[in-house]
Design a protein around this ligand. Structure first.
Ligand SMILES: [Zn+2]
Length: 398
């Protein structure tokens, strides 16, 4: 059995090593007493030191607490155990902030905390009621008012019998024997095994950083203390950079982005209409130059200007204007893009021609009997390949 000193104000203690065993990631050490909090109740494990060995994690096994260390510690030895106080304070701040937010969410909106998760870089709580942004902002303000009131955070141990008569926000199911209750007057009271600040003031600041719909309720991401300050600094850097980029005040950034989006949309519309004109002109010119074989115009066209969708537009223009087979190759992108299409009433299958193109250019693609598209890796000698294709097509059409 390990005596638990982490609920006291002690951050260091002397302890006896009761047992040592090998673990996958190091060694596991059982002590007769410890100041290291083992992972549980949604709170992360403390880290620290046992003598020279670094404690990476601690976990409960019944009444025992096992410490995962990077070095072995001799059985029977008396050792100094120390917790990483800065990390512990951070965990206690986040955990106490969770109590404040959860207690107030219930009091203000009847929303119950149904999930809590603390990670190294974020903390979430899940409420069973979908709250609006305005409601969450008021909850945040109320939480910070509670912080500023400097309310003591107290713990007491009660029996199972006593527990039923105490009004609590939340009671964990199936608790036996002595049960620990955490109270923050007028804000929260619930059963809890975690570590907490001594007073609400130590939480420093409570900031909801994001929220999202979750299982009919809402999930909140929040940060307390220095995590909130660091989050503010990070966001300040982002907004400062954006304000500088757009040469506007911070509050004018959204309008500035909207204006740019409108400009971009106008440019896109303009580009689309000009591309349509260029394609139309290109189609006319290609049809004029094209050789007619057996009543079908054959167009083999290569361009550095057109991408796949523009080639498709060009082929639509060509096949609707005259009876033709259009074989279009674009070298604008990383690969060669191609489109092969024919007008209605042509009995040759574009799939067969597509197979020939793929074989010649080592390409991939396919489609319907009257339209195929695909791509091929770029290579030198495309002109010669297209000449070969032209000869193949001519002999097929004659
Ligand atoms: Zn707690």
């Amino acid at each position: 059995m390990t005596e638990r000193l982490y609920y006291t104000e002690k951050t260091e203690c002397e302890a006896k090593v009761l047992s040592l065993r090998n673990a996958e990631r190091g060694y596991e050490v059982l002590l007769d007493r410890t100041v290291i909090f083992p992972e549980g109740g949604g709170q992360l494990s403390d880290t620290g030191f046992i003598g020279e060995a670094r404690v990476l994690h601690a976990s409960e096994d019944g009444d025992d607490i096992w410490h995962l260390t990077d070095k072995p510690v001799d059985e029977g030895r008396t050792v100094r155990v120390a917790v990483d106080t800065q990390e512990r304070f951070d965990h206690s701040q986040q955990h106490t902030g969770e109590h404040i937010l959860s207690g107030l969410a219930k009091k203000m909106y009847g929303a119950l905390n149904v999930g809590f998760h603390m990670a190294k870089d974020y903390v979430t709580i899940d409420l069973d009621k979908a709250l609006t942004q305005e409601e969450l902002e008021e909850l945040e303000r109320e939480a910070n008012r509670a912080v500023q009131k400097c309310i003591p955070v107290t713990s007491r141990i009660v029996s199972e019998e006593e527990l039923s008569s105490i009004p609590l926000r939340k009671r964990a199911e199936g608790l036996k024997g002595e049960i620990r209750i955490i109270e923050i007057a007028d804000v929260d009271s619930c059963t809890c095994c975690g570590t907490h600040c001594l007073s609400s003031a130590q939480v420093g600041v409570v900031k909801i950083t994001a929220f999202a719909k979750y299982k009919g309720g809402v999930r909140l991401w929040f940060a307390c203390g220095m995590r909130a300050v660091e989050d503010y600094q990070k966001k300040q850097r982002i907004t400062d950079a954006l304000a500088k980029r757009f040469s506007v005040k911070t509050e004018d950034i959204p309008d500035s982005i909207e204006r740019r989006e409108q400009e971009l949309n106008e440019v896109r519309r303009e580009l689309k209409s000009r591309t349509a004109k260029v394609v139309e002109y290109t189609a006319k010119e290609a049809l004029m130059k094209a050789e007619s074989i057996g009543g079908i115009k054959l167009i083999i066209y290569q361009s550095e200007e057109f991408n796949q969708s523009e080639l498709k537009l060009l082929s639509d223009n060509l096949i609707s204007a005259e009876k033709c087979i259009a074989m279009l190759f674009g070298t604008k992108g990383e690969n060669i893009a191609y489109c092969i299409a024919c007008s209605d009433g042509i009995k040759h299958s574009m799939r067969d021609i597509c197979d020939a193109v793929n074989a010649l250019l080592n390409g991939k693609g396919g489609g319907r009997p009257n339209f195929c598209q695909g791509s091929a890796p770029k290579k030198s000698g495309l002109d010669e390949s297209l000449e070969q294709l032209e000869n193949y097509m001519k002999s097929m059409l004659r």
